[in-house]
Design a protein around this ligand. Structure first.
Ligand code: NIG
Ligand code: FE
Length: 411
């Protein structure tokens, strides 16, 4: 829990002075200390010094030998707990079928739902644990995980219990989201409203009472849940003290972003089809825009208008959206590359979006997302001498050492 990291070439702190979220030009300011050292006490950041300082007392010392240190990545939107896999759909898309066509043919979310309903909690736990280990090896130290592949009270609770067990056991900091409204399960085929009422009247009270989630999410989309149903779920979530966030503007622009802004959603995520009206709505709100560039790459969809969002002064975060259907990659390093090459973001903006702003998208930027005294010591040492090498030299894992809550991990 006590550690001294010396000889850091670039210490990228991302923020100073306790900034909780960054917008506009602030996103380009990474507060980099060159030739620095970092003091960690009791699992928290205790101080920043010069490269050749010595530890103030007897403690473990890590010699970074000129390498680069960043805050652990925060991945604020994932579907990491799931069973089965969907390479058949990947192959169908390669032959020209669209994500929607595959879903309409019984694939998509329902295909994973069938696998999750059959899986044991132990299977779900084990497979998610392996994925979280790989995420951690890639520099991600905080992960949001959604339910949404159970779609019955029992199977949704099973997923949320697995997420809660992972939160208890895993090195990573984990946050749970109830996504009962991911799609309509077969039991309610033809009765979408009946399923929404079931979520509000039965599932959500259980989730809240057992404290199984922090957030409630809705796939607000044509053919999934409309604005009225989404609003009903948002209002019910707030009544239970759960914080709303939305899948918004992924396939069609139907006003989901505007609805999220109106109700103070902590974030609206996806935004591939976002309109100027959506940008206007966010400009007048506290809601964070979370973009998921991996999803655009994997489905060959348009990218969210990240440049316009940042230029409008709206805080922007990046997440992987890791899931078996639309985004089978959990590397935040790769997301930085996509942000810079496909969304016209600078490396500095991408780093801010994947750390401090991503933490803010989970309401956690007081604890994680930057290297500042008093914050959780979640820091990652990369085997590069310039942080820009991380998005530039892509497709490889640049992580050298991971420090989680002040513990130097040995994997
Ligand atoms: O964020 N858009 C909805 N949900 C996921 C995809 C889920 C799936 O296809 O399994 C997403 O892209
Ligand atoms: Fe998603």
């Amino acid at each position: 829990m006590n550690l001294f990291i010396k000889n850091i070439g670039q210490l990228v702190t991302v923020a100073a002075n306790g900034t909780r979220v960054k917008r506009g030009a602030q996103m380009r300011e990474l507060h980099i200390h060159t030739n620095a050292s970092l003091l960690i006490r009791d699992g928290l950041i205790a101080g920043i010094g010069a490269a050749d300082d010595s530890p103030p007392e007897e403690m473990e010392v890590l010699d970074a030998a000129g390498r680069t240190v960043l805050p652990g990545f925060v991945d604020p939107h994932t579907h990491t707990v799931f069973a089965g896999s969907r390479e058949n759909e990947f192959a169908m898309r390669a032959e020209g079928k669209s994500y929607q066509q595959i879903a309409e043919a019984g694939g998509g979310i329902l295909s994973t739902m069938r696998a999750v309903r059959e899986a044991t909690k132990r299977d779900l736990y084990r497979s998610a644990e392996r994925r979280l280990n790989e995420m951690l090896r890639g520099g991600t130290t905080t992960v949001e995980i959604k339910s949404g592949y159970g779609l019955s009270p029992e199977a949704e609770m099973k997923m949320l219990e697995v997420i809660a067990e992972l939160r208890r056991d895993h090195y990573s900091t984990i946050v749970g989201t109830f996504l009962g409204a991911h799609t309509v399960p077969p039991e309610y085929a033809g009765d979408r409203q009946g399923y929404v009422d079931r979520i509000c009247d039965y599932m959500m009270p259980h989730v809240a009472e057992r404290k199984l989630a922090t957030f409630v999410d809705v796939f607000c989309e044509t053919g999934y849940f409309d604005l009225k149903q989404t609003e009903q779920i948002i209002l019910e979530a707030k009544r239970h003290g759960l914080v709303p966030k939305l899948h918004a503007d992924q396939l069609t622009a139907m006003g989901a972003t505007e609805l999220g802004a109106k109700h103070g959603a902590i974030s609206v995520d996806h935004l591939e089809q976002m309109t100027p009206a959506g940008i206007d709505a966010l400009r007048n709100s506290e809601t964070i825009a979370t973009v998921l560039p991996g999803c655009s790459l994997f489905l060959n969809h348009p990218y969210a208008p990240a440049r316009a969002v940042i230029d409008a002064g709206i805080p922007l975060a990046i997440a992987t959206d890791f899931n078996p259907g639309s985004q089978m990659c959990y590397s935040m390093q790769m997301m930085l590359t996509l942000a810079c090459t496909q969304m016209r973001m600078t490396p500095e903006e991408a780093v801010t979006a994947a750390t401090l702003n991503a933490a803010a998208a989970l309401g956690m930027s007081g604890a994680v997302g930057s290297i500042e005294p008093g914050k959780q010591a979640d820091v990652v040492v990369y085997d590069v001498s310039d942080y820009r090498t991380i998005p530039y030299h892509y497709g490889v894992n640049h992580v050298w050492k991971i420090v989680k809550n002040g513990v130097l991990l040995d994997f």
